[in-house]
Design a protein around this ligand. Sequence first.
Ligand code: BES
Ligand code: MN
Ligand code: ZN
Length: 499
Amino acid sequence: MHFSIKSGSPEKQRTACLVAGITESRRLTPAAASIDNASKKFLSNLLRRGDITGKLGQALLLHNVPGITADRVLLIGCGRDRDLNEQQYRTILGNMLNELGRTNAQDAVSYLSELNIRGRDYQWKIRQAVEKTEHLLYEFSEFKSRKKSEPKALRKLTFMVPSRRELPESEAALKTGKAIANGVKLTRDLANRPANVCTPTHLAEQAQELEKKFPAIKTRVLDAAAMKKLGMNSLLSVAQGSHQPAKLITLEYKQGRKNAKPIVLVGKGVTFDTGGISIKPAAAMDEMKFDMCGAASVVGTMAAVAELNLPVHLVGVIPATENMPGGSATKPGDIFTSMSGQTIEVLNTDAEGRLILCDAITYSERFNPDVVIDIATLTGACVIALGKYATGLLSNHNPLAKDLLSAGEDSGDRAWQLPLWDEYHTQIESPFADMANVGGREAGTITAACFLSKFAKKLHWAHLDIAGTAWTTGKDKSATGRPVPLLAQYILDRCKTAG
Ligand code: BES
Ligand code: MN
Ligand code: ZN
């Protein structure tokens, strides 16, 4: 989609479709009022007939409205204007796109950015509109022999701002939105690919592609032998049942202040999780191709940051492997020494995410990081606790947790914090090793994070459990690209406060 920003009055716009809001009950937004005046009360007369009252979800397409230069007018019901919230704004945008998609309009000029969303400015509204539009228009057809039906007519969307004064900031918001949307798309494409294509090797190649596209990104890939040398036995214990070679992928983007300590993002890259010898049931096992969504979100966030040329030092670390059963696979009860020196008794080979993350977190120490954030589809328990709306957040550093929560609120990609109290640590005690890799049925998301925290003692660290938010299930299942918007917002905020 091509996006642009303009200011000017609606009746003068030359476009296939003008979009304006109607609020409850039957109230004209400023743009609708201008159209009404120019058309000698065409809209008010129509509203009186009651075909649209302004309720959320309503829409009315009008042709040949007199006194204006646009071919069509699309009225969108926006609900009660006094308590419009962020989620409703996104719903309204979705409705607009849906309705536009049913017309043959090739371009549209939207005045919905004039809606009042409490505490949100034009920048926010425009960025959200760009991200939401790209999200809704996303299609994954790499593996369809016949591409989707007819191409969509709509090519160009213009968002209107009240005056020229808002133009520069709105243009910047558009750019930011577009870069984040591109990062989200990259993440979704990677994650939607099947596991026979998206292997650890494929992830490594894709990281190298990113380096070609953005020379500011430097990529390094370590193979199993190099990881063995580093003592990453915990990570390698997960890979040992698979024929696909494991990879440790590092992406480094170094801009901004000279000696700035980096933000390190660690993404779980299990390209398929069968559970290993503790094998998973067959139902919906295909969805375990999404077990590399954390890794994909690291790649997508790096791409967004590089596209925006942000002045920041950012490192991505991706431990990538399959989790397979087989003659050489880990057996329950096996004990491994992690890179940190701590020993782990693997009681359940399906709790593999933490086994690869712990070594990757230890590895991240070498970057002398300011903060380390890991992103992982880590526990089914998180899906039960928080469902598909909130990402689970656990951290050993409250200021970092606070920043991430607020980045989630602002980007509309929200997280919710769970406790990491000492009491929970007793659940992962082992009689034979320094710790066990599982802690029983209770508080599964928390005990998984407790495990990781034992490898993050020297770090300001946060963990994002995206098991419920990284993809949607059902017949239209698809990766969502979360938490790229949250992470990008966090980094944007950091760039601002760093001056
Ligand atoms: N990748 C899964 C977590 C998962 C399951 C994410 C379902 C999304 C949907 C992870 O590796 C896993 O299998 N976790 C186990 C841990 C358990 C053995 C302690 C789980 O959640 O069942
Ligand atoms: Mn598992
Ligand atoms: Zn997993």
